[in-house]
Design a protein around this ligand. Sequence first.
Ligand code: HH2
Length: 258
Amino acid sequence: MGVVNVTPDSFSDGGRYSTHEAAVRHAHRLIDEGADLLDIGGESTRPGAAEVSADEEIRRIVPVLDALRDCGRALSVDTRRPETMRAALEHGVDLVNDIGALRAPGALDAVRTSECAVCLMHMLGEPGTMQQAPRYGDVVGEVEDFLAGRLAAVLAAGIDRERIVVDPGIGFGKTLRHNLQLLAALDELVALGMPVLVGVSRKSMIGTLTGRDVDHRLAGSLSAMLAAVMRGARIVRVHDVAETRDALRVWQAIDDAQ
Ligand code: HH2
């Protein structure tokens, strides 16, 4: 899953693709590099990022979706807002990637009548404050319980289990230790029986472990990505698609030779 941010303030790419043309050009580059799925977002959710209105988010995302509709790859919309989900679904999006796990009032309804896939992600708190001393008794158990609870809510709303992907939400209300524990125990989330998506690309945990700024976190990101895939992650949300493909190809060849 290649990341396409149509935002002026995402932590990882600092507004490089905030115009429509730049975002579409970037998406095509990620396709050429081997992305199977493009995740299009109109709001940065990094800790402390300013919120945008649904209107503004839709204004950023929908023209990009329209330009990419026939690109031959699955399209995902990265949003917490039911209005944006609805607009994106009207414009042919295949996956609703909600860091709020469809908890916003109206979110379940927004996806219920479509056939789209849904990613349910764990987040403790809200983006603005989530990194202020997040606390868990047992982070792996609590994330698992949360995702199982959201799955139950989604099933009760009449959405099929086959449409669901789950995500531990690396960096969303978690310390470095929480992130590491979740990645180390990813097979426990995989055991829930749904495909697991993981996003670690360029995140601050990589910066903390390597001492690198956001432009120099590729090697660390690839290492974390492989650790997740080896424990059963099925979708990896990344900024560097070509390098991720290469890393996966080599790992897969070794795995196949076993
Ligand atoms: N991380 C970000 C955004 N969306 N969605 C899922 N399912 N999992 C993630 O880990 C995830 C996500 C991080 O967002 P942001 O800070 O806006 O930056 P960027 O989009 O460049 O990664």
